[in-house]
Design a binder for this molecule. Structure first.
Ligand SMILES: [Zn+2]
Length: 123
């Protein structure tokens, strides 16, 4: 079963052709706090080549903690964040795991994010 999810208004849906994320974790970085308005963002690391996004999205290029560009992918209709993608590692995407379908969210096993993953996340 692929991983599937959608934004709040369902104008944007996505599917990832894998059984489980490569990693799921809590990202407490300042950028994720601002984007979500929460104290952290639950992120699910997936290979970008397996990710298909349907519907119109916007990509905002911000600067990550390392000074490199990080794209913030979101629905322009409802504003839901869908993913963030470090320009320095075009092979990966960090899905905003709260947008996954409910039955998938219930199977996630978040881990503490290591510095290495956090640095990869921030470009
Ligand atoms: Zn939407």
């Amino acid at each position: 079963m692929p991983l599937t999810g959608h934004c709040l208004c369902k104008a944007v849906t996505y599917s990832v052709d894998i059984e489980q994320p490569l990693m799921t974790g809590y990202d407490h970085c300042d950028d994720c706090q601002r984007q979500t308005g929460s104290s952290y963002s639950l992120i699910a690391l997936v290979p970008k080549e397996k990710l298909r996004i349907y519907g119109d999205i916007k990509r905002w290029a911000g600067t990550g903690g390392s000074g490199n560009v990080v794209y913030r992918v979101f629905c322009p209709q409802c504003g839901s964040p869908i993913a963030h993608e470090p320009n320095s590692n075009p092979a990966i995407s960090f899905l905003k795991a709260g947008t996954l379908d409910m039955e998938i969210k219930e199977t996630l096993r978040p881990v503490r994010i290591t510095r290495k993953i956090l640095e990869a996340s921030q470009g």
